[in-house]
Design a protein around this ligand. Sequence first.
Ligand code: SF4
Length: 122
Amino acid sequence: MKYSGKLICTICPQGCQLSWRNQREEMEIEGYRCPRGKAYGLAEITNPVRTLTTTVRVENGLHPLAPVRSTKPLPKGYLHKAMGDLALLSLSAPLEIGSVVLANWNGLRVDFITTRSITSKN
Ligand code: SF4
């Protein structure tokens, strides 16, 4: 297990460099200039999450792919599995922006939705 490291806070453009170390089961973080940076650092070390954006195949659409995103961030460990599940989908045009393509994915209460509408070829 890693006991110390550095990371950049990405919450705002200041980009503070945070350093952390695990001291006797206590996580210490330094380098933040505001409480949001401390919360970001703790979350990034203990349970990093990311909003997933990708594309899904569309049949009969003016565009062959529809951009999609998760409705909330997923734990990083699930991103690969989510990408695999989305790669298996094939949607049908027309599609409205905000259409749910996967609901409550993996029981995590995360949906995947389209981020643009796709009109059909006909
Ligand atoms: S610690 Fe605060 S000031 Fe620094 S980058 Fe993060 S949010 Fe911005």
